[in-house]
Design a protein around this ligand. Structure first.
Ligand SMILES: *Cc1c(COP(=O)(O)O)cnc(C)c1O
Length: 386
């Protein structure tokens, strides 16, 4: 196996999920987001741990993601958070994927397929746009729409949901925005009930709201990023602790490689494409077999990220290439084939997390873990030992 790999700490995953569960009342169901290959961590393995930890639903984005889980033996209900194309509807139904829907045209595709397949009461969830500005019907349309959907046949509304746009921000105006979204969602639910329709499982909380807005849990929460060990922006460890909520999330991924060559560079010798960096003194350069096609993005080149070698911070020198990059080594005790850890669990030698890396490169932890590409093997660990 290549040395560039993503260690997946399933024990951290389990501990994160159980801690999140302890923040919700036992009657609140948990839908764990395993979309995007579990934010880059490996959907099937993560789904199995989620199931063991008592997840009630798993959230996916595409029919293909659902197929992968079903083929891997996952029996839990799968909630598809994005729309699929008409040609995928047949497969979605045969894989028992619960779609989110919010218009008659798309609902009819599912209804027709269910009728054709002889399915009755196939569950669908009604999505309401209360301010995210993505998918969903308007709150005031929800009642009529629910009635129309219920008349189509084959399908039944088994749940209702909305999604928050700024629940990870602590700004006063953003907190008010989330409250307003929640109120609009409750109105939409009332509109559906007023049509004599049971709205089913109502859910709206992403990671940030799961931890910060327990009053909004309703019937189910949909955590994602916190499951993988990262706090949701301003809803940080420190903020939660100050609120009396002790939750110790640990990163589930460690991204590591090894030094495949060590070379002595004389003062003035340049490194990499564009000759953007020159040795300021005689120095040692380590070559790493990891590059932007692996998720070690080119924009990390001069961002001040910390690559850890035996506990030392070894800065990236020159531009990161497609398959390789170069670091300046701290001392001459470094040996060829020593590990170089890019981000992750400090117990595995990391000096930074995906969050630190995200801050340095103006993005979010989600994009960093999702960015570790599929040519990087995932190594699933069940304990602190390798
Ligand atoms: C991705 C997603 C979530 C999970 O979001 P996190 O911020 O990772 O908790 C929840 N609900 C919907 C609709 C999503 O798209």
């Amino acid at each position: 196996m290549r040395a560039t790999r993503a260690l997946i700490h399933l024990d951290n995953l389990r501990s994160n999920i159980l801690q999140i569960k302890s923040c919700t009342s036992p009657s609140v169901k948990m839908c764990i987001a395993v979309k995007a290959d579990a934010y880059g961590h490996g959907a099937l393995e993560c789904a199995k741990v989620a199931a063991e930890c008592g997840a009630d639903y798993l959230a996916i984005a595409t029919v293909d993601e659902g197929r992968q889980l079903r083929e891997g033996g996952i029996k839990l209900p799968l909630l598809m958070l994005s729309l699929c194309s008409p040609e995928e509807v047949k497969d979605a139904v045969s894989l028992d994927i619960t779609p989110l829907l919010f218009d008659i045209e798309y609902a009819s595709l599912f209804s027709q397929e269910c009728i054709n397949a002889g399915k009755k009461n196939y569950p669908v969830h009604l999505a309401v746009d209360t301010g995210m500005g993505r998918i969903g019907c308007l709150p005031e349309e929800a009642g009529i729409l629910a009635k129309d959907i219920s008349c189509l046949g084959g399908i039944v509304i088994a749940g209702m949901c909305t999604h928050f746009a700024v629940s990870d921000s602590l700004k006063k105006e953003d907190e008010l925005y989330t409250k307003k979204q929640f109120e609009l969602f409750k109105k939409a639910i009332e509109n559906v009930k007023a049509q004599g329709i049971n709205p089913g499982i109502c859910h709206c909380c992403n990671s940030a709201a799961t931890l910060n807005n327990p009053e909004m849990h309703m019937d189910m929460v949909r955590p994602g990023i916190i499951v993988y060990g990262y706090y949701a922006d301003e809803v940080s460890r420190e903020f939660l602790e100050a609120k009396g909520i002790k939750i110790d999330l640990q990163p589930v991924m460690t991204f590591e490689t090894e030094i495949c060559s060590i070379r002595n560079f004389e003062k003035g010798k340049s490194v990499g494409y564009g000759c953007t960096w020159k040795a300021e003194k005689d120095t040692c350069i380590g070559i790493l077999p990891v590059g932007y096609d692996d998720g070690m993005f080119r924009r990390f080149s001069s961002a001040g990220i910390k690559v850890a070698v035996n506990g030392h911070n070894c800065p990236v020198r020159g531009r990161i290439c497609m398959d390789q990059c170069m670091i300046e080594l701290e001392d001459d005790k470094t040996r060829r084939w020593d590990k170089a850890v890019i981000f992750g669990d400090k117990r595995f030698g990391a000096l930074q997390t995906a969050d630190d890396l995200a801050r340095l490169t103006s993005t979010i932890s989600y994009e960093i873990t999702c960015g570790v590409s599929k040519r990087v093997p995932r190594v699933f660990l069940t304990s602190l030992t390798r």
